[in-house]
Write a protein that binds this ligand. Structure first.
Ligand SMILES: NC(=O)C1=CN([C@@H]2O[C@H](COP(=O)(O)OP(=O)(O)OC[C@H]3O[C@@H](n4cnc5c(N)ncnc54)[C@H](OP(=O)(O)O)[C@@H]3O)[C@@H](O)[C@H]2O)C=CC1
Ligand SMILES: O=C(CO)COP(=O)(O)O
Length: 319
């Protein structure tokens, strides 16, 4: 059975490589015809994932009509997912697996809700969890969560997407998987900012732990199961992203803490998601002080030390 990947960024390319090496025929779609041609010829994604060779099983195209199979991985940035789906009406009716992490700023919706609103006849799923594209492309061991409410579709997808280096756990809790993946990026910005400003490892551990409490509060208020948040898509990805300079969200936070500039072309999902989350938290009356601090940093209303002082000065609480 073949698989298509919509979006030839770092993550889409790494998944195409892993599946291709596992013997699955893959069609990888780039919106840029010249990039698609260069990748098809050079067998490399020089722009987004240099030094990783595309296996023969991967075909690169910029023609949406060449997408193959009933399963399509949606590997575009979260804030671009709606536009990408609207431009590809032929995907309605297929199994659409969101591979992006975040909450849409304009609607407050997550990837599953966006798929449902644009492609009403599709079976929506989400693939998320601790994974750097470069690691997957190198064949390093990686474990992910695949969530889909349709148990039958879920089991076949799990079998299809597992490769020798990619272990996939299944869940029917799409809300929990989506919220964990979205909010861990916000916490990674907070941790990077604290480390960049020299606030220390203890501060980072507190932000990870209290950030996890925020993630749980928001997720359970939205109907998620707490044990999903404790899994790969929540706790697992939180740990990876808050502790590694390979993470773009963490690195962006570092640059905020060091008062350095950051390349605006780099995908940093946590920034828009922090704003979308705060709006949702306020509507649901959920206390999310770290998310609030990240938004204040992004809006330049506070610097990192002021934001941390505000967090420390909150009224005493029971843990
Ligand atoms: N990189 C990683 O390690 C991981 C990433 N993810 C998630 O994967 C998602 C994608 O990230 P990643 O691949 O890293 O991002 P990249 O920045 O590497 O690539 C983004 C890709 O999306 C394309 N794109 C942007 N807008 C559109 C659009 N409107 N229609 C179609 N294609 C579009 C870009 O095309 P162009 O080059 O033409 O702009 C580019 O190919 C994110 O949500 C991220 O959180 C998840 C796990 C790991
Ligand atoms: O989602 C990721 C790791 O699981 C990738 O993190 P960044 O988007 O911060 O690079």
């Amino acid at each position: 059975m073949s698989v298509s990947v919509l979006g030839a960024g770092a993550f889409g390319t790494s998944l195409a490589i892993s599946l291709g090496l596992g013997g699955v025929p893959v069609t990888l779609w780039s919106r840029d015809p010249s990039q698609a041609k260069a990748m098809q010829e050079s067998r490399e994604n020089a722009l987004r994932l240099p030094s990783a060779k595309l296996p023969d099983a991967v075909k690169v195209t910029s023609d949406l009509n060449e997408l193959q199979g009933d399963v399509v991985l949606l590997a575009v940035p979260m804030q671009k997912l709606r536009a990408a789906l609207e431009a590809a009406p032929m995907l309605d009716g297929k199994t659409l697996v969101a591979c992006c992490k975040g909450i849409e700023l304009t609607s407050g919706q997550g990837p599953i809700e966006i798929i449902q609103s644009v492609a009403a006849n599709a079976t929506p799923a989400i693939l998320t969890g601790p994974s750097f594209a470069a690691d997957i492309a190198k064949g390093l061991p990686t474990a992910l969560t695949l969530a889909c409410e349709d148990e039958h579709a879920l089991q076949s997808l799990q079998a299809l997407l597992m490769t020798p280096n990619l272990r996939i756990y299944r869940s029917t809790d799409t809300v929990g998987a989506s919220i964990g993946g979205a909010l861990k990026n916000v916490m990674a910005i907070a941790c990077g900012a604290a480390m960049g400003a020299g606030l220390g490892e203890s501060a980072r551990a507190s932000l990870i732990t209290r950030g996890f409490a925020e993630m749980n509060r928001m997720a359970t208020a939205m109907g998620a199961q707490a044990d999903t948040l404790a899994g790969l898509s929540g706790f697992g990805d939180l740990i990876l992203t808050c502790t590694s300079e390979q993470s773009r969200n963490y690195s962006y936070g570092l640059s905020l803490g060091r008062a350095e500039t950051f390349d605006a072309n780099i995908t940093v999902e946590g920034a828009a998601t922090a704003r979308a989350t705060l709006a949702r938290a306020e509507a649901l009356k959920i206390d999310m002080p770290i998310t609030q601090a990240v938004v204040a940093l992004l809006d330049q209303k506070l610097n990192v030390r002021e934001a941390m002082s505000q967090l420390l000065a909150r009224p005493p609480k029971k843990e």
